[in-house]
Design a protein around this ligand. Structure first.
Ligand SMILES: C[S@@+](CC[C@H](N)C(=O)[O-])C[C@H]1O[C@@H](n2cnc3c(N)ncnc32)[C@H](O)[C@@H]1O
Length: 299
């Protein structure tokens, strides 16, 4: 965002490999609700009041009705609480405004955004991760969790439990590991809200969890890491645990390829890869790779 001579804000994307703004009127693949809010925020009256914020994040629910806004302060922005109240009163669909910065996290309106996928409701707090495309989510969840049942499933990089809750319907026990404590708290609350007593939520990195987890041969390990991928040092512990199946959800094919090469050379065979075009007309692609332990596994 930058200010134009008429006082209105220009909103857009950075040009490739630069911080030069390429202004747009609306983004064709953004939700209508968020486009509506963006054009409001462009107006002169908001522009000056947003100058002290380094970042604005907007998140709409699955029906594209309710919106949560998170503002990141750069300089302890004066008047930020009044701004939050004005957003709640006047921006379309905005039900929650969070301000993060030097004073920690202040939340106005709803403490979290409710989001429904399939039969489950998820509470998503302001700093917790949630998937950014609402159209193929049920299909992604089915690809990542479907077709398997058994005793123990482990969900690594679990977020607020998007994959954990469906797994808990299919497995006797699910251990869900999420490094960001507020997201792990959302996960525990989401499991409790649907009466799933077989879920254990652990607020820890996948690496720290795996290196002290003593049980072996779980029926399924699901991983859904950020763009950096799982990484070889964590994969070593994962492979040594000898899960019968691994489902790897990835938003970044280069790190997926690196991690799959490791797993394939450590006793796992690749059964399938499915691609989900979450962000049409961009190069981004979401993948679900399904692997199985071979008899000759030698991690
Ligand atoms: C791509 S998101 C996937 C979340 C969830 N599976 C979903 O689909 O909504 C990755 C998650 O991994 C968490 N994370 C990042 N680094 C981690 C680590 N080293 N160990 C465990 N979780 C981590 C992030 O906080 C985020 O919630």
């Amino acid at each position: 965002m930058s200010q134009q001579p008429d006082g209105e804000a220009a909103v857009g994307f950075f040009e490739a490999e630069s911080h030069k703004l390429c202004p747009i009127d609306a983004c064709l693949i953004l939700s209508p609700r968020l486009n509506q809010n963006l054009s409001e925020l462009r107006k002169v009256e908001w522009c000056g009041r947003l100058a002290n914020f380094a970042e604005i994040e907007m998140f709409a629910d699955e029906r594209d009705e309710r919106v949560m806004i998170t503002l990141r302060e750069s300089l302890g922005a004066p008047g930020s609480e009044a701004l939050a109240h004005d957003f709640l009163a006047r921006l379309p669909g905005v039900v929650s405004v969070a301000i993060s910065g030097g004073r920690g996290l202040l939340v106005f309106g709803g403490k979290a955004l409710p989001y429904r996928v399939g039969e489950f409701n998820y509470r998503v707090s302001p700093t917790s991760f949630f998937q950014a495309s609402r159209f193929l989510l049920e299909e992604l969840v089915e690809a990542a969790t479907g077709g398997e049942t058994g005793g123990l499933a482990i969900d690594l990089f679990a977020g607020v439990g998007l994959l954990t809750l469906p797994l808990a319907r299919r497995f006797e026990e699910v251990v869900a590991v999420e490094a960001h404590a507020p997201a792990a708290a959302d996960l525990a609350a989401n499991a409790a809200a649907c009466g799933l007593r077989n879920v254990r939520a652990i607020a820890e990195t996948a690496y720290d969890f795996l290196r002290r987890f003593a049980r072996s041969e779980p029926d399924l390990v699901v991983v859904d890491p950020p763009r950096a991928g799982v990484g070889l040092r964590t994969l070593k512990f994962m492979a040594a645990m000898r899960p019968r199946r691994i489902h790897y959800v990835s938003c970044h094919p280069p790190t997926l390829a690196r991690d799959l090469a490791f797993l394939v050379s450590h006793g796992f065979a690749l059964n399938s890869i499915e691609l989900f075009d979450f962000f049409p007309q961009t190069f981004h692609i979401e993948c679900v790779a399904r692997l199985r332990l071979t008899q000759h596994a030698n991690p």
